[in-house]
Ligand binder design. Structure first.
Ligand code: NIG
Ligand code: FE
Length: 412
């Protein structure tokens, strides 16, 4: 089965050979073909180029994309979309003056979501989560990483990871599962961190490995949550089971956490709202992808990741949503890209690179996703007729996506 897209106004992120990420100055370049064709066979991109050399294909279904832009789907490398209920009351409490930290310190925040998660059945959580997954697919997300971390009990964490496994089985987009048992200390372990870490390492991890439920391991490395030393223990334990670290770090404070993550081979370090020069130095010459989450900065009014400073230092940046009930109840990557342009002063080219190829790197799938490259998966966004791709971040509140193709199939 072949599908030929013709007369594409702008075909974005075309890469002749597979690259795994773009860094520093390279991020300013987004390779484009104007007046292009794109040929898909089954679930694979097999050809593209200028309309001048568009092949005649027998038995292909032809989609005329006159006036429209085609680009690879967004890759959302950091989400918590599996959760139960919501935290609407905390949202209102914050409007009325409480901070995220104050809410956590009185037993809300992550512990509030953990209570709801442990009270809900696996089926209930699956039904709630699949609605969110289907919504983000409509919004152009073609691959998603999903974390546990609202269980904080052996059963709760396994329940979350089993829901992620069911989503993997029932949807065709790539899903990676990350074990985040080290998201917060449950209140009963407040004064006995060692016992909770022992539970993670000696009870949760072996069971997760036995059922093959996780691809990555995460921890909330932050003042008041997991210390550098505690996070190192978790990363090392995860690695024994083949789980590579992807770590929440530098959201509120810089405490040399990034250094520990890089030294332990983290695939990504995520949040980075507060970054100092030493952190940037450490990230240079590493293989660790810095991931910015601008919707989180927006929603809880904290600084934005200093993307310009980091790119000037030669670093790559990926963009993701952080979709979760507390700090980012939105999985809309279009809003992330627009906010990166508007608030972080990333150019549209930089933001699109960050949300596609660099996101794919941060999820460990850049050999198959993240660019329009022959042999990669046919995961693409087809826009409505627009003047130029700049319109995507410019009209930040509009839905400019007409169709989304995942694994060669148009979803509706
Ligand atoms: O990425 N910072 C840690 N974890 C989540 C939020 C967790 C929550 O408040 O539920 C985040 O922002
Ligand atoms: Fe997060």
């Amino acid at each position: 089965m072949k599908t030929l897209f013709t007369n594409i106004k702008e075909l974005l992120q075309v890469r002749e050979t597979s690259i795994d990420k773009v860094s520093g100055k390279e991020m300013a370049t987004l390779p484009i073909i104007k007046d292009a064709f794109l040929l898909v066979e089954n679930d694979i991109i097999i050809d593209f180029g200028s309309m001048d050399v568009c092949p005649k294909i027998e038995n292909a279904s032809i989609i005329d994309a006159t006036g429209k832009v085609i680009l690879p789907t967004w890759i959302d490398s950091h989400t918590h979309i599996v959760y139960a209920g919501n935290r609407i009351q905390e949202f209102v409490d914050r409007i009325n003056g409480l901070s995220y930290e104050e809410i956590f310190n009185r037993g809300g925040g992550i512990l509030n979501s953990a209570k709801k998660l442990n009270e809900a059945s696996e089926d209930e959580i699956y039904e709630q989560s699949k609605i969110r997954l289907e919504e983000v697919m409509q919004q152009g997300t073609g691959a998603v990483e999903i974390k546990s971390g609202y269980g904080l009990t052996v059963e709760g964490e396994l329940k979350m990871l089993r829901v992620i496994k069911r989503l993997k089985e029932n949807y065709t987009l790539p899903i990676k599962a990350t074990f985040l048992g080290a998201h917060a200390f449950p209140s009963e372990y407040k004064d006995n961190h060692a016992a909770y870490i022992d539970l993670i390492i000696n009870e949760m991890l072996p069971k997760i490995a036995e059922e093959n439920l996780a691809d990555y391991i995460d921890a909330f490395l932050e003042t008041g949550y997991f210390s550098v030393e505690e996070t190192i223990k978790i990363m090392k334990a995860g690695k024994k089971y083949g789980l590579i670290p992807k770590i929440h770090v530098n959201q509120f404070t810089a405490i040399e956490g990034i250094k520990a993550c890089v030294e332990n081979g983290a695939l990504s370090v995520d949040h980075l709202e507060i970054v100092n020069d030493e952190d940037i130095e450490v990230l240079k010459n590493s293989n660790t992808m810095p991931v910015a989450l601008p919707s989180c900065s927006y929603f809880i009014s904290i600084p934005y990741t200093p993307a310009r400073k980091m790119m000037n230092a030669g670093l790559p940046i990926a963009l993701a949503t952080d979709y979760n009930p507390g700090t980012t109840p939105s999985g809309n990557m279009n809003f992330v890209v627009a906010t990166a342009c508007i608030k972080m002063k990333m150019t549209p080219e930089e933001a699109i690179n960050a949300a596609t190829i660099n996101g794919a790197y941060a999820m460990g799938i850049s050999n198959t996703h993240g660019s329009i490259t022959k042999g990669k998966k046919a995961n693409i966004i087809i826009t409505k007729p627009i003047t130029t791709y700049y319109q995507l971040p410019y009209e930040f509140g509009s839905n400019l996506i007409e169709k989304v193709m995942i694994n060669g199939k148009l979803i509706s």
